[in-house]
Each structure stands twice: as C-alpha cells, then as structure tokens.
Design a protein around this ligand. Structure first.
Ligand code: PRX
Length: 568
C-alpha cells in the first residue's frame, strides 16, 4: 500500500461516502470518535494567559460560521478570505469556510493596502473576514475596485457596509451538514510570488489533507497528547498546512501565540506550555542565536521531542546550536506553496545531515534536472550532471491544481510528468538534497517570498520615479533584504529627502515586511536590448560577483550610482 493510501486509511471521509472534506477530517471526525473534549487550540496572550478551545467547540462554532456563510448566499467554490492575526475567529472561519464547501484564502495581516487589494481582486474573493481597523485602512478606500467582494465580516465592531461576526454567529445554528465534497473540490488558495507579473494564486483541493496527515505523522510525529507550536503566520502556506490543518487532523493541541517575536517570551512558551514538537524557521532561529546562549540556558526544554525548520536555508551551525542549547538538532524540511506539504526532510528517526534540506519522503520522487527546448516549445527536461533544478514527479495528493486564472503559467512549470520547483539544488551520493538558490529573481526575506514586480510597481506609482528594479541582497538575519534601484524623472533631484519619501510611500502601501529596506538612485538601470531590466546584473555588481553572460546587455545605458545609503 502506498504511503498516501495508508494515510487515507487513517482518515474517515465524509459520512455516507460523500467524499472528503479537510474540515471534517480536522475537527468533526474527532468529535465523532468521542474525542471532542480534547484541546484543539491554545491561544496565548502577550501577558501569558491561555485560552483553550476544545475540538467540540471548534466543531460547533465552525458549523455556525458555515451556516452564516450560507445565509449570506456563499457556498461551493466561492472564495472566503481572512485578514486577521492569530485569533480564534480565524480558525473558526477557516474550518467553517471549508465545511460550507467554499474556498479559504488567508491573507497576511501585515500586508499594506496594495498587496491586499491585488490578492482580493485576483482571487475573486466574495467574503472577507477582518477587523474594523484593517477594514478602515485597507479595504474601505478600495472597496469600489473590488466588484466580487459581496460581504465583509468584522470580528470586533459593526461599521456601515459590513456584517457583524457576533450577529452572524448568534443567528446561526450550530448544526450543519457538510455538502458532498469531491476530493478534487477546491479548498484553498495560497498566494505566492514569481519573478514576473502579479502574485499567483495557487489552488489546492480537499484531497490535500491526505498529504497533511501523512507528513504530519512521518516528519513531525504529531499525535494526540502533543503540544505543537508552529510559529508561521497563518497568512502563508506553512501557517495553514501546519499551523491549522495538520495538527488538528492528527488530534494534537496547537499552541498559538499572537505576540511579537521576543526571545525570552519564546523560550518561556516552549517551557511553560511543555511544547513537544516545534516547527519554526531559520530567521527566528538566527534571532534566537543572536540573543545569546545564556538566555536559552536559563530555560529547560525537557518536553521538546522534535524541533524542525522550514522556509529558508538552514545552515549546519544552526542545526548544531539547536543540539547544544535546546538539546535537539533542528530537522530541516523543504517544500513550497505549490507542493502544499513537506516533500523533502530530515526525518525524525534518522541522524540529521546538518546543512542539507533532507531526503525525499516516501511517496515523493525527486529529480535534479535542467530545462531544455526552445522558448516557444512546451518545457522539457533532462537529467542534470550534478547541480540543477529540483523537480518532483507529479502525483502527490497536495499538489496544487492550478494558478487562479492563469493556465499558461501553470502549464509552464510542468515537463515530462514532473513539476519544476524553480529551486536549484545538488544531490549528493547519499541522496541528501542541498539547497543552492532560486533559479529566478524572487526574494526570500524572513521566510516570505516577495515578487520583485509587486514592489517595483508600487515604487513606480511615486511621482518622482521613472524606473525601478528590486533585488534581494544577503542579510545575516532575515536571509535576504529587499533593495530597490531607482532612476528619477528628468529635472528631479535624487536626494536624501526624496529617498526617504519613496521609502515611506512604499512602506505605507506595501507594509513594512514587503517594502524595500534600502533604495539607491542610479542614473540608468542595466537593460537587455529588448528593454528588460537585468536584476541579475544589478545583484552581481552590488555583490562584486562575476557578471555572467552580458550578450543581451544594451550598452547604450551606462550604469552609474549617484547615491546609496541604508535605512535602519
Ligand atoms: O526557495 C525555497 C525556499 O522557499 C521556497 C518556497 O517558499 P514558499 O512557497 O513561500 O513556501 C515556504 C514554506 C513551505 C522554496 O522554493 N525554501 C523552503 N524550504 C527551504 C527553502 N530553501 C532552503 N531550505 C529549505 N528547507
């Protein structure tokens, strides 16, 4: 039996053989098995108080939300988005949306108005669940530009033109029958970034829960009795697959902390909550390392069985630090928005290979390839000599099934039965995979993918900016830092005041997590003869690296720096 079929046997399917629904497997199944009293979610406040939500309560509240959506005329295939921090309403809305047969799209609450608008529009979002503060700042001014957005539910206040969460829930029954859900019914949209164009909405189906189940068992060893802490924000794929779905499916208790990162508090959470399994990210690990070993050594982590990491390269030093200071090495895991679940990992029961992403899980066939064929042909692949692009044989249950409204972009990442990941890797003779870098220009900052075009298009909205190019530069803490190169319009002085003004405008439109940290004014940007800005060359020049193949460079645009300073 395949690992996927084995995972299917541990799941129930909807009663009456009516298909498979993620929320049923995550919540109602446990109640049906007599485990409704178990704690599903433990919310921590920044003051340290805890509020527990049991599986039964989550089942009833998500039923109410599904009924509320039904009353709003929302059902199968409609998209419901959340723009919320880690509050109970987010988890109720997530499960209720899936129970209603609607499609869940969680958005990162720290996004500025522009990334939110783009995603709501592109996702054809029909209902948004958010707070009054978020609504006033990010939605209300743009609402006319969002014709698909029929209802906004506010969890804290009632404002004109919105629905009140409290009223919707109070009026709704806590009984709900999940409609028949085919394993291929759409369940989730996760937005991710590419080098070109607007963000891509990766679409996932209910069958993905089979991979959440299997990987949560095999890689994270999650089960009832575990206190699991996934530190990823639910606005990103890790925060949904492993911050919401997988621990519930496995019947564990999730610790959910909505406070800001603070080393001392994080150590206290690990200790006070007796966390058994911890899934975090290299940026956080590096920040803990920076805070010093002495701080860590003031706490004991005796309950911690497993520490794992995802999202960015995890270096051997961080793995060793975990072992020395926490008593557990970090187990690196690799996956992507498009894969929906962990594909490559340092497994829990084998020695860690420090610095390597891991080995493909059972059920996953990985290859190292090069793309071949001309630009007009369908992509084809051939085996790479040593290093190359990581490709995954199609067929795992949580594989994304499309990019919203972008069939061509979807088709372009498949070749000869493989999904092409865009990551460059090396496989050693023992089968370990080592991350080398991205094959494209996307930026990874603090574990979040940032598309250069999304940032550049906001910079171009500034009245003084003529051209803009954005790249990621190595940063010792966040992995990559977003840096912008800008040319100004004729007659405008490229001075410090203007630099600050552009930075501030970018920050307010994009949000601090996505906006550039630094802007350099250039007299011209390097372009190909067809007029495309060569980000690769900007990066090479900034870092003093070999400039590579310059045969397409348009030599008529000399590149000179007129000013460059860094914002702290
Ligand atoms: O470049 C790889 C990097 O993160 C990308 C996927 O980002 P995203 O879709 O936002 O999903 C992040 C969390 C699943 C990958 O293409 N990445 C992910 N894990 C690792 C990694 N890079 C190095 N090592 C990893 N373990």
């Amino acid at each position: 039996m395949s690992v996927w079929d084995l995972a299917r046997t541990r799941l129930d399917g909807l009663p009456g053989g009516e298909g498979r629904n993620i929320a049923f497997e995550a919540v109602d199944r446990h109640v049906a098995h007599g485990n409704g009293d178990r704690i599903a979610l433990r919310f921590l406040s920044s003051e340290g108080a805890a509020r527990d939500v049991r599986y039964r309560t989550l089942a009833l509240d998500s039923n109410r939300f599904a009924n509320g959506l039904d009353a709003l005329g929302v059902g199968s295939g409609d998209v419901v988005a959340t723009l919320l921090g880690r509050v109970p309403e987010l988890y109720i809305a997530a499960m209720g949306t899936l129970k209603a047969g609607a499609v869940l799209c969680t958005l990162f609450a720290a996004f500025g108005p522009e990334p939110v608008r783009v995603r709501l529009a592109k996702g054809h979002v029909k209902v948004l669940v958010t707070t009054a503060r978020q609504y006033r700042r990010k939605i209300e001014p743009l609402r006319r530009e969002l014709p698909d957005l029929k209802a906004v539910i506010l969890i804290d206040e009632a404002l004109p033109g919105t629905c009140s969460w409290q009223r919707l829930m109070a009026a709704a029954s806590d009984r709900w029958r999940i409609p028949a859900t085919s394993p291929d019914s759409l369940a989730l949209i996760h937005f991710t970034s590419g080098t070109t164009g607007t963000p891509k909405g990766a679409v996932h189906v209910h069958e993905a829960v089979v991979a959440h189940e299997a990987t949560a068992a095999a890689v994270l060893t999650l089960g009832p009795g575990d206190l699991f802490w996934c530190t990823a924000d639910p606005g990103w794929v890790t925060g949904v697959s492993y911050g919401i779905i997988a621990p519930l499916v496995r019947g564990a208790t999730s610790v959910i902390d909505d406070g800001v990162f603070e080393p001392e508090r994080w150590y206290r959470i690990l200790h006070d909550q007796s966390v058994t399994i911890w899934y975090t990210a290299p940026t956080a690990i590096r920040m803990l390392m920076k805070a010093g070993d002495a701080l860590a050594r003031r706490h004991d982590f005796r309950t911690l069985r497993l520490a794992a990491s995802v999202g960015e390269p995890l270096d051997a030093g961080a793995v060793a630090w975990g072992e020395a200071v926490l008593g557990r090495p970090f187990h690196d895991t690799w996956w992507q928005t498009e894969t929906g679940a962990i594909m490559i990992a340092n497994l829990p029961d084998a020695p860690v290979c420090p610095g390597a992403m891991g080995r493909p899980l059972a059920g996953i066939e990985a290859a190292v390839v090069e793309r071949c064929g001309g630009p007009e042909e369908a992509p084809r692949i051939e085996p790479a000599a040593e290093a190359g692009e990581l490709a995954l044989k199609v067929g795992w249950p949580s594989m994304f099934r499309g990019y919203v409204d972008d069939e061509a972009r979807y088709r372009a990442v498949f070749a000869d039965g493989y999904y092409l990941t865009g990551d460059r890797v090396r496989r050693d003779e023992d089968g370990w995979y080592w991350f080398l870098g991205r094959a494209d220009d996307v930026i990874k900052s603090a574990g979040r993918l940032i598309g250069p075009i999304e940032v550049e298009s906001v910079l171009l909205q500034h009245p003084a900016v003529a051209e803009a190019a954005v790249i990621g530069l190595p940063d010792p803490t966040v992995g990559e830092m977003v840096k912008a190169y800008v040319t100004v319009k004729d007659g405008i002085a490229a001075d410090e005041a203007l630099r600050r003004d552009i930075l501030a405008a970018a920050r307010s439109r994009l949000g601090a997590a996505t906006a550039p940290r630094d802007i350099a004014f250039h007299a011209a940007l390097p372009k190909t003869r067809s007029g495309k800005i060569m980000r690769r060359l900007l990066r090479a020049r900034e870092l003093g690296l070999p400039e590579g193949d310059l045969s397409t460079l348009d030599e008529s645009t000399p590149v000179t720096t007129s000013d460059s300073t860094t914002e702290d």
